[in-house]
Design a binder for this molecule. Structure first.
Ligand code: HEM
Length: 350
């Protein structure tokens, strides 16, 4: 297929106002989100899930990066998620997920009933469909966690359109065509009491965008708490609740935790858009993001670069064939269930 590509919007002789860096990642990345949805609110199933996933963080084909977070979903259910990354090892996930200690829990029929739901959303991302951005050279989080030092300062950032420019494949693919979000989430029949495979979404654009806010003091803490954090919260709620207007299929605003569920001073959102264009549109036109974007740059200048708040994001654009979405006993509005073109119910057989 021949694609027409928009030219880069980088201004001539561009000098970014603040520095930024990109992770040194040359190969493919697999990102797997494993979640538990606690509809009983007792926490019992969460603890069991936590010890299972923590045991899988070690041993054969263990992931390179293991992070955890929680959020309250669109139906007000507490949800806890483990985020696992494998870098440069395209076969590793397949071998890891066939470990007996994976299947003993994941495939058990016990998962298919009761007051807890389980899901996994997995993305196999070739390098040319990935970009990362870190405001600090040594941040250890997300795809680039544990790599030590990132590349940069880079030039292609801080102008609208720079995210697209940083995705290597964007020079030959505009990532248009595929899925168009045109309806409110609909509770399809599949969900509770079932194990469902939801088909992928062509050219889905996914962002995980976060803040590390440990050690903020004085003016910076004040600006973060009074201006930045509330604006992000408002922006993420807008995305979660306005799919048709925004093109956002799912937005989860999360707080990071330890493997045992205790909060740590890191927050982020994972949002999935029907096209990369609609993610760009939100970031450059929604008042909430314009406010935080402008305020962060001002703050960095006001503090002469001595900012403790650290920002980062990773963006991937994946083909349907690079995705695997599975929901076990989840409510029907969970994740991609309301939008996937095809839902295949595996068990129990109806
Ligand atoms: C405290 C929270 C946030 C702040 C202070 C912030 C600020 C910024 C800044 C300064 C940039 C420019 C980065 C660069 O190129 O150097 C940026 C880019 C961007 N942000 Fe945020 N952001 C925040 C949260 C978010 C969230 C939660 C999302 C979406 C879920 C998001 C979406 C984007 C996108 C898509 C871009 C790239 C735009 C482009 O290059 O075309 N941001 N943000």
């Amino acid at each position: 297929m021949v694609h027409h590509n928009p030219p880069s919007r980088k201004p001539h002789d561009w000098v970014p106002p603040v520095p930024a860096f990109s992770a040194k990642i040359d190969g493919p990345v697999t990102m797997a989100y494993y979640g538990v949805q606690d509809r009983a609110g007792t926490g019992a199933t969460i603890a069991e899930f936590q010890s299972w996933i923590s045991s899988l963080a070690d041993g054969v084909e263990a992931p390179d990066v293991v992070e955890f977070a929680d959020y309250t979903d669109e139906r007000d259910f507490y949800t806890w998620v483990a985020m696992l990354y494998w870098r440069d090892r395209s076969e590793s996930f397949a071998r890891w997920q066939s470990r007996p200690d994976h299947d003993a829990f994941w495939l058990s029929s016990e998962r298919e009933s009761g007051d807890a739901g389980y899901f996994r959303e997995v993305f196999h991302v070739p390098n040319e469909r990935l970009e990362t951005l870190y405001s600090d050279q040594s941040m250890s989080v997300g795809s680039g966690a544990g790599l030590g030092s990132h590349d940069g300062p880079i030039q292609s950032h801080n102008y609208w359109g720079s995210m697209r420019d940083r995705i290597p494949g964007s020079s030959s693919d505009d990532y248009a065509g595929g899925f168009q979000l045109t309806h409110q989430p609909q509770a399809q029949t599949a969900g509770l009491g079932e194990r469902v495979i939801a088909s992928g979404i062509e050219n889905l654009a996914t962002i995980r965008s976060g803040e590390l806010y440990d050690g903020l003091e004085g003016r910076e803490k004040e600006v973060y708490e009074a201006e930045l954090e509330p604006s992000v919260r408002e922006g993420m709620r807008y995305l979660r609740d306005n799919p048709v207007a925004s093109g956002c299929l799912s937005c989860r605003h999360m707080d990071e935790t330890t493997g045992a569920g205790e909060r740590i001073p890191r927050a982020f959102a994972v949002a999935h858009f029907d096209t990369l264009t609609r993610l760009e549109d939100w970031s450059e036109s929604h008042p909430t993001h314009l406010r935080i974007f402008g305020r962060f740059v001002e703050l960095a200048q006001e503090l002469r670069g001595n900012v403790r708040l650290r920002l980062w994001h990773e963006v991937v654009v994946t083909r349907a064939s690079m995705q695997h979405f599975e929901y076990v006993n989840c409510h029907p509005l969970t994740g991609f269930l309301p939008y996937s073109p095809t839902l295949t119910v595996l068990t129990p057989t109806r």
